[in-house]
Design a protein around this ligand. Sequence first.
Ligand SMILES: Cc1ncc(COP(=O)(O)O)c(C=O)c1O
Length: 392
Amino acid sequence: MRYDFDTVIDRNRTNSVKWEFMHLFAPDAPQGTLPLWVADMDFPCAEPIIAALHERVDKKIFGYSSPETGEYYRAVCSWYQHRFNWYVNSDDIVFSPGVVPALGYLLEILTEQGDGVIIQPPVYHPFSGKITACGRTIVNNPLLYRDGYYTMDFADLEKKARDPGNKVLLLCSPHNPVGRVWRREELQRLGRICLDNGLYIIADEIHYDLVRRGVAHTPLATLFPGEKHRIITATAPSKTFNLAGLQLSHIIIHDKELRSRWLCYVRDKISYGGPNPLSLAAVQAAYMYGEDWLEAVLAYLDDNVEFLRSYLRRHLPGVILPPPEGTYLAWLDFRAYNLPQDELFARMVRAGVLLENGIKYGREGEGFLRLNFACPRKILATALERMAGTLA
Ligand SMILES: Cc1ncc(COP(=O)(O)O)c(C=O)c1O
């Protein structure tokens, strides 16, 4: 089937945070600002998902709903199996409205006040937010950045994992914002260090489907079948199929006792009534019939990366683009321009392009901005022209 990702879809009057509410985050953004910030895509949703939503709406009643049907679990587990050769028992899946809230619940049930939680900055900023919100301690194991490429600092990780005060590693895989898709050997080494030192690993794999042509994502838990009870994996259809607003994610907890702690926590503290019926219909359809659409989106994203790379080479040669092996986020290194961080960010806003400020991801993000390229090429081209104009 042919898909049209070039047409710009008007997202006004859809309650879009990215478009309609950008002024709450960037009050100075002029009229007509292009929002390439928060991580959602400006592409029309897959037809089978839209059809499933229509069909469910036509059933007219939207009462309390449960995912406990064989069909739902078959759709989710077949996806893991088919895409990643990953066999997940449906009993091990629990639900959360989002991955970010799940990270908070998991820290509450896995750790005590003051315990250390290791993260690898620059990294998705809610990681540190969730750690401090529940009174745990952030322990940084910064990524190494050499020749425009990020790797893990295993020597430093080993030191931090050995500290008995540190209990959990929060892994971002694929990594937002630097775009790395960790190789098997890297994950094997990281996992070995953490597991040998008695740490739990929470693997946020929300971007698992969004990899470039020829790049493969490896779910961490598949590498440690005998020790997977200490690995919790957060997955979701929200990035893959652009369903973040439907708020349904799947958290895989292999350890039965831990799973019952999660269920008690969610029942007692959160009163989460379970997934809503529209989300269930959409997600089931996505995993059953959405693959063709996803492959088309991935090809379009690959081409957007090429477009971005070639534009930077020709018009903004001072900007370094660490290869976005995964995600639809480009982590742009503007340090050659020697601009104070606030000025760098504000200058783009004044030029009519809203990006994410690199400093949000840790002090390692100083001199960087994050650009979301999951948009029609026309929008990407205009944004880049504005950026080049303001830096000229
Ligand atoms: C690594 C990572 N985790 C979680 C999320 C958001 O998860 P959710 O919307 O399910 O809370 C994002 C969104 O960009 C992300 O990049």
